[in-house]
Design a protein around this ligand. Structure first.
Ligand code: ADP
Ligand code: MG
Length: 462
């Protein structure tokens, strides 16, 4: 008990000191916007864990306050001190803030299995049905998801296969199923994984001779939720194993939920027996939101971010950003960020400027895997080497370049990029990025190489 009190005193003390330094060095508005919402979680051996509301925070503060944060960390935690970020991928609506902050950190995300082994369910407690706006484009998918959450194991929607373009709410919806199940029946074994994460864990289990354990673990779930299943394409061994897990779960009436960017029949290159199983239950698509839904989403998000924004501006954004919800959200966050950094009010001019920025920065979709493939080809390095702990010179170079290009050419967060390279930390990605940037500015050959690779990648994806 005393130890706990000591520990929490120590966190508070260190965090206060840290904030003190930041506060003296950044404008008050930036401080309030970017630093006050951060919550210190744990301190252990010079490592301070902090929780930030979402990825934008990490990227924004790393981009704008990197040096200051490094200095403050050293001052507070010593030369070896380190900050570790934990993300909750959404802002917390004001009305929920209080009970959220007094709750244990991973409130909804730890499940306890039969033999009392704790495991991460990876369910993000912020993605709920309550904050998922209903619209014409998501009606069927949403209704089916709610039904599954309410009556786990009793619907015929098994598997539930949901597909649609990027940023339309697939990930949100499938987490919401998990949250609904956990809040109704906390004893249920719920797990969410991205396909990428599932693959990484699988490879890891092969390396550690733990395949049986690995597959038994997933076979013991009440509901298995796998995101972006299209990334199973080209991963034959993972497909085989997934096939067996799928069968066992399905036969025992356990729920499987999958998301994908395409319907099952269009998943070219995926094993036929999987494609046919994916069509056994219910397949539902999500379409881009219509104008009214975009307005509703914008209003809802601005309330939860605590921004006061006029209907005129909301309508302007909804008129101009039409393709996906992630962009709508990104646009609001940028407006908030820009107004707070420059101490400017949110007016139509600012909105117009940001909308323009968001629309022109829209990139072709290119995947981290594809970038890695092109870069590895160029350096004649085997692709899996860059995901391992290999320190050979050309491997390090290929890895750093692939990370750099992934940051530049995709919308993936630093965390996601790190995960694609053998589960490396986001700070490793920043390090790689800075290192390549330095080399580009000091070395003309390097600059040319990067340009070359970029055009190869863009050619292959257009
Ligand atoms: P996808 O997985 O389809 O690429 P996400 O689920 O990640 O998309 O959604 C992108 C963002 O948009 C998330 O922050 C999510 O909360 C939000 N979002 C998507 N659909 C809705 C909706 N109908 N209502 C509210 N927020 C939504
Ligand atoms: Mg998604």
């Amino acid at each position: 008990m005393n130890e706990n009190i000591d520990a929490s005193l120590s966190i508070t003390k260190h965090w206060k000191l840290f904030l003190e330094i930041i506060k003296n060095n950044v404008p008050a508005l930036s401080y309030n916007t970017w630093f006050l919402p951060i919550k210190p979680i744990e301190i252990k051996d010079n490592i301070l864990k902090i929780q930030v509301p979402n990825n934008y925070f990490i990227e924004w503060i790393d981009e704008h306050f990197n040096t200051l944060i490094t200095q403050a960390t050293k001052q507070v935690l010593g030369e070896e001190g380190k900050l570790v970020y934990i993300i909750y991928d959404d802002f917390i609506p004001d009305q929920e803030k209080d009970d959220f902050q007094s709750a244990p950190v991973e409130k909804n995300s730890i499940s306890v299995s039969e033999n009392n082994i704790k495991f991460e369910s990876h369910i993000n407690p912020r993605y709920k049905f309550e904050n998922f706006i209903k619209g014409e484009g998501n009606q069927l998918a949403r209704a089916a998801a709610i039904a599954i959450g309410e009556n786990l194991g009793e619907t015929s929607f098994n598997p539930f296969f949901i597909y649609g373009g990027v940023g339309l709410g697939k990930t949100h919806l499938i987490h919401a199923i998990g949250n609904a199940v956990l809040s109704k029946s906390p004893e249920k074994k719920v797990i969410y994984l991205s396909t990428e994460h599932f693959t990484v864990e699988f490879v890891d289990s092969i390396q550690n001779d733990r395949i049986t354990e690995f597959s038994n673990f997933y076979k013991s779930m009440d509901i298995l939720i796998i995101d972006d299943i299209q990334f199973l394409i080209g991963k034959e061994k993972t497909q085989d194993l997934f096939f067996h897990i799928f069968n066992t779960l399905h036969q025992s009436g356990k729920q499987i939920v999958l998301s994908s960017d395409k319907p099952p029949k269009d998943l070219k290159g995926l094993n036929e027996r999987l494609v046919s199983r994916f069509q056994w239950g219910l397949t539902a698509d999500i379409q881009p939101p219509d104008y009214e839904t975009r307005i509703a989403i914008l209003k809802n998000k601005s309330i939860s971010y605590g921004i006061d924004i006029s209907s005129e501006i909301v309508e302007y954004i909804a008129m101009n950003i039409t393709s996906n919800i992630r962009e709508l959200e990104g646009c609001l966050i940028k407006i908030l960020a820009s107004s707070s950094l420059n101490s400017k009010e949110i007016d139509m001019n600012l909105a117009k400027k940001i909308v323009k920025e968001v629309s022109t920065s829209r990139e072709v979709t290119v995947s981290i895997d594809y970038i890695t493939k092109i870069v590895c080809n160029y350096y004649n390095v085997e692709e899996n080497k860059v995901r391992e702990k290999n320190r050979r010179k050309e491997v390090v170079m290929a890895r750093q370049l692939a990370m750099f290009l992934s940051k530049q050419l995709t919308k993936s967060s630093l965390k996601t990029i790190g995960l694609h390279f053998g589960g490396r930390d986001h700070s490793t990605v920043i390090h790689a990025y800075n290192s390549i940037e330095d080399q580009i500015s000091s070395d003309a050959t390097m600059k040319e190489t990067v340009e070359n690779l970029k055009s190869k990648i863009e050619l292959g994806t257009s």
